[in-house]
Design a protein around this ligand. Structure first.
Ligand code: FMN
Length: 198
């Protein structure tokens, strides 16, 4: 698939089959992530692959975090919520949690370390798309919660940048929509015009 076509046609697809992905396919997706650029070549990422029952532990962590928000977890509504939260990781056969592990290189900016990992995630989503695998980048407040750091053995300054849900799609992706580039682009052709900005 042509790169531009892949970029345009990639969609977040949540509805996937339970069929597992083979290890080779998962490895290709991760390797694509590692080809992202990183300033000072810090490669500040780490990948946690969850399949099968490993997804249950993620569900338990999500439940633990959800319980903290509840005054009374025993109400019927909250019990239902807890059940729903525990099931979340079972929406796809493979979840890859992508962590930011900022380098201790004093020149590496934290912001750029995060940027490199975000680039890695986009590479992974595109690679998956090219391989016929649907991907979905999910976060939400629980991704950054201390319980989540604990689950993955991360230090305080490290964090999960995304849970990437992968599986074979059940349906064709829907059409995407983006603002036209003239709404988000300023063409700076004339030097004086540009200078006038400072
Ligand atoms: C940092 C980040 C976090 C995201 N977290 C969620 C999420 O928690 N739940 C969700 O439904 N989508 C999440 N998304 C996916 C966006 O909703 C999705 O990319 C957007 O709707 C555009 O759709 P597309 O990817 O199909 O083009 C996230 C995207 C990014 C970049």
């Amino acid at each position: 698939m042509d790169v531009l076509e892949a970029i345009r046609s990639r969609r977040s697809i949540g509805l996937v089959k339970e069929d597992p992905l083979d290890k080779e396919t998962i490895a290709k997706i991760i390797e694509a992530g590692t080809w992202a650029p990183s300033h000072y070549r810090t490669e500040p990422w780490h990948f946690f692959v969850m399949e099968g029952k490993a997804r249950k532990a993620l569900g338990k962590a999500l439940v633990k975090i959800a319980l903290e928000e509840m005054d009374d977890p025993m109400t019927e509504a909250n019990q239902k919520k807890v059940e729903k939260v525990a099931e979340k990781p079972f929406r796809a056969p493979v979840i890859i949690a992508v962590a930011v592990r900022p380098s201790d290189n004093p020149r590496a900016l934290k912001l750029e370390e995060a940027g490199a990992v975000y680039a890695a995630i986009q590479n992974m989503l595109l690679a998956a798309h090219g391989l016929g695998v649907a991907g979905y980048w999910r976060t939400g407040a629980p991704a950054y919660h201390p319980t989540m750091k604990k689950l993955f053995g991360l230090a305080d300054h490290e964090y999960i940048a995304g849970f990437l849900y992968f599986g074979y799609p059940k349906r064709e992706p829907h059409e995407g929509k983006r603002r036209p580039i003239n709404e988000v682009t300023t063409w700076l052709a004339e030097e004086d015009e540009f200078e006038a900005l400072i």
